[in-house]
Design a protein around this ligand. Structure first.
Ligand code: SF4
Ligand code: SF4
Length: 69
């Protein structure tokens, strides 16, 4: 399932530091995940537990399509 960062991101950068794939990118107002680079850490995402705001979540492909439309 894709992983997204929601608007509660406070730009702390903790997730980016632990990502082994360079898939977390600093956007203008929050960090973002490049799902073409993210491999979900092969089933155990390192970014999700380090986020102090709990704003990194797995979502369904259908939900991602809704958000991008
Ligand atoms: S799940 Fe792993 S590869 Fe994907 S963004 Fe998080 S730390 Fe990076
Ligand atoms: S750890 Fe959470 S709050 Fe910090 S930059 Fe990443 S998504 Fe944003």
């Amino acid at each position: 399932m894709p992983i997204i960062i929601d608007s509660n991101c406070t730009y702390c950068g903790a997730c980016q530091e632990v990502c082994p794939r360079g898939a977390i990118i600093a956007g203008d107002t929050q960090f973002q995940i490049d799902n073409d680079l993210c491999d979900e850490c092969q089933g155990s995402p390192k970014c999700i537990p380090v986020c102090p705001e709990k704003c990194i979540t797995k979502i369904s492909m259908e939900r991602l399509a809704d958000l991008e439309s």
